[in-house]
Design a binder for this molecule. Structure first.
Ligand code: IPE
Ligand code: IPE
Ligand code: MG
Length: 263
């Protein structure tokens, strides 16, 4: 009887260990941490709906998660974290939701930037920023200037972002260089494109996480995800925790990446 009890408690302990942050931390190989992780933070609306709350309550809960995920990414030594906060297509939502979201971005950024700076995080906003309100543009500029020289995690937040628009903006820049005779059209290659994207020269994300369970890209980083590993979880963004991020990294490390070759 005592033995049965002992065996039972041992397996219970094993089960709970499997679910703990420690379990994944121990399994993760420090030498295979992805340099760049991108996240489509989806599911805020459904999270709120399930609680009979207004959608904005879901967005508010979502911003709290950002803090924790930035922290764990920095702890793991991920170099680039790119978060999809608002797409060009999201302007189609009701005015009240859009303006509440914009207000939330402004408030959160103004509140969090000091701590981000103290943690040596370099903040970069990507997207058509000139179409945002003057107030939000100012907050963004201030945050980017403050953290410009930081050498830790590079945190890219995509606001008013579209992968196609990023490619259009990239092509425009290249065309201008050709026009000024700084570049010969025949010399345009992959490097030229990479150096004219919103974060010039950034490595492609090795891992793309999408919360909320949808199996689509929704116009995110179209050029950069050519060979990214997709990791989709049904967990809604406001419920996403450090342990979910650790699990994504752990499972990413088990993947065999072939890049079209035979390995
Ligand atoms: C993601 O959550 C946040 C934004 C797109 C701004 P959603 O608002 O899309 O949440 P769901 O997909 O409706 O649950
Ligand atoms: C993608 O989520 C955009 C962001 C997370 C900011 P959406 O909710 O806008 O995507 P769809 O509409 O489900 O494709
Ligand atoms: Mg959504």
């Amino acid at each position: 009887m005592v033995n049965v009890f002992k065996r039972l408690t041992k397996s219970l302990r094993l089960i709970s260990l499997k679910k703990s942050e420690d379990f994944f931390l121990k399994q993760i190989n420090d030498e295979k941490i992805p340099v760049h992780v991108a996240i489509i933070m989806d599911g805020n609306g459904r999270w709120a709906k399930a609680r009979r709350l207004p959608r904005i309550a879901g967005h508010r809960a979502g911003t709290k998660v950002v803090h924790q995920i930035v922290e764990v990414a920095a702890e793991l030594d991920v170099k680039y974290l790119t978060l999809y906060a608002f797409s060009v297509e999201n302007w189609q939502r009701p005015k009240s939701e859009v303006s509440a979201l914009m207000g939330l971005f402004d408030k959160m950024l103004a509140k969090e930037i000091k701590e981000l700076h103290e943690s040596n995080v370099k903040f970069i906003a990507i997207g058509r920023l000139n179409e945002l309100s003057q107030r939000l543009q100012k907050t963004i500029e201030k945050a980017m200037r403050l953290t410009e020289k930081n050498t830790g995690l590079i945190l890219n937040i995509a606001i008013n972002y579209s992968g196609r628009v990023e490619i259009i903006d990239c092509v425009k820049q290249i065309a201008k260089k050709v026009d000024r005779k700084e570049l010969e059209p025949d010399k345009i290659n992959e490097e030229t494109i990479i150096n004219n994207l919103y974060v010039p020269g950034a490595p492609d994300p090795e891992l793309l996480i999408r919360t909320g369970g949808e199996r689509r890209v929704s116009n995110f980083l179209l050029w950069q995800i050519a060979y990214s590993e997709f990791w989709i979880t049904p967990v809604l963004w406001p419920d996403f925790k450090k342990i979910n991020f650790l699990k994504a990294i752990y499972e990413f490390q088990l993947r065999e990446r072939r890049f079209g070759g035979l390995q």
